[in-house]
Design a protein around this ligand. Structure first.
Ligand SMILES: N[C@@H](CCC(=O)N[C@@H](CS)C(=O)NCC(=O)O)C(=O)O
Length: 327
């Protein structure tokens, strides 16, 4: 008998639960192993100190959630997470990039910015890790994690913008998911998993959870995506059906916030800057540049280059204002 796929991850890790949700949707046999229970296995297979780590039945392993999903789609194409329409398939990839790279700021900021969250989350982490002295372990975790909010761009200048972006995204998603069960229509696609992982994790903490509760339709999608049905019996939607409620999300959050940030971050890396400033919707944003995001913008632009002559896609991107950033 073939061993199932093994996913080493953590409930606290948005990228890990993203992959677990994907495996559940695909109906692929897999074993979920909490990172704390897999020290040796992790060291044997991991090339980077990051979760999730996927170990395949043949003993090879992979890290990085987006390439993991792409590789698995080649191995097990059905049910597909791709949209058959190439224009909408790219839109889904853009939303996944937004979820992974921008949504992570919401999650990390909300988790470690306020005392109430720092206390609750560090205690939960310490308990999950099986610490003997939970209080002592929690305060060590807190001391280590709180200064790290800087790395995702959370600071005294950007904190309000990050929280507003989380709330605005949930408001837009709430309206969209009132019309559609999932981001692209009747079943999950690439657009759901990454965005979901960040919102799910933000929603497990006091402040993020209270905000999520105010958006009941989005909250219901969060619950569904924890274990998404493999066969919803419903189709994906076409652009005319998605446009009324999806275009506002693409315009307001992706074209006006995420992409200008991503482009400015990539320039800052290229120029070797220590910190960078960019105006996002008339508000100054400042942070240290993040290397990984510059690489993932390049990957997104490569995906765009493959469909750059698609007229429907260009119409969508011009309508939301995302066209320039992708060239
Ligand atoms: N781009 C990676 C990001 C993975 C990542 O940042 N993982 C975090 C947890 S969510 C991590 O492992 N951080 C180090 C740690 O927890 O020790 C992916 O998509 O898988």
């Amino acid at each position: 008998m073939t061993d199932p796929y093994r996913i080493i991850g953590s409930e606290e890790s948005p990228f890990s639960v993203k992959i677990r949700s994907y495996f559940r949707f695909k109906g692929l046999p897999h074993e979920w192993i909490e990172r704390r229970d897999a020290q040796d296995l992790f060291s044997q297979h991991a090339k980077l100190p990051l979760i999730p780590l996927l170990i395949k039945p043949d003993g090879t392993s992979m890290q990085d959630s987006t390439p993991i999903i792409e590789a698995m789609e080649r191995e097990a194409p059905e049910p597909s997470v791709y949209h058959a329409d190439p224009a909408l398939n790219f839109v889904a990839a853009l939303i996944e990039e937004f979820g992974d790279e921008w949504g992570n700021k919401w999650m990390f900021h909300l988790r470690w910015h306020r005392t109430i969250d720092q206390v609750a989350v560090s205690k939960r982490f310490a308990e999950t890790q099986g610490a003997d002295d939970v209080e002592a372990a929690a305060s060590q975790i807190r001391e280590r994690m709180v200064p790290r909010v800087w790395f995702v761009g959370s600071n005294e200048v950007t904190g309000t913008q990050i929280e507003k972006s989380f709330k605005d995204t949930l408001t837009l998603l709430d309206a969209h998911l009132t019309e559609h069960d999932f981001v692209m229509g009747g079943r999950p696609t690439f657009a759901d998993f990454g965005l979901w992982g960040q919102i799910y994790n933000a929603g497990r903490d006091p402040t993020g959870g209270a905000i999520l509760e105010q958006h009941p339709t989005a909250a219901r999608w969060v619950t569904t995506m924890l274990d998404p049905p493999s066969d919803t019996g419903k189709d994906l939607a076409s652009w005319p059906d998605l446009e009324p409620t999806l275009l506002p999300l693409l315009a307001d959050q992706i074209a006006d916030m995420f992409l200008p940030w991503s482009v400015a971050n990539a320039h800052a890396i290229e120029d070797g800057q220590e910190t960078f400033d960019v105006m996002l919707k008339d508000h100054r944003w400042t942070q240290k540049p993040q290397k990984y995001h510059a690489r993932s913008l390049t990957a997104l632009r490569e995906k765009f280059a493959a469909v750059a002559d698609n007229a429907d896609l260009n119409e969508i991107l011009v309508a939301c204002g995302a066209d320039e950033a992708l060239h």
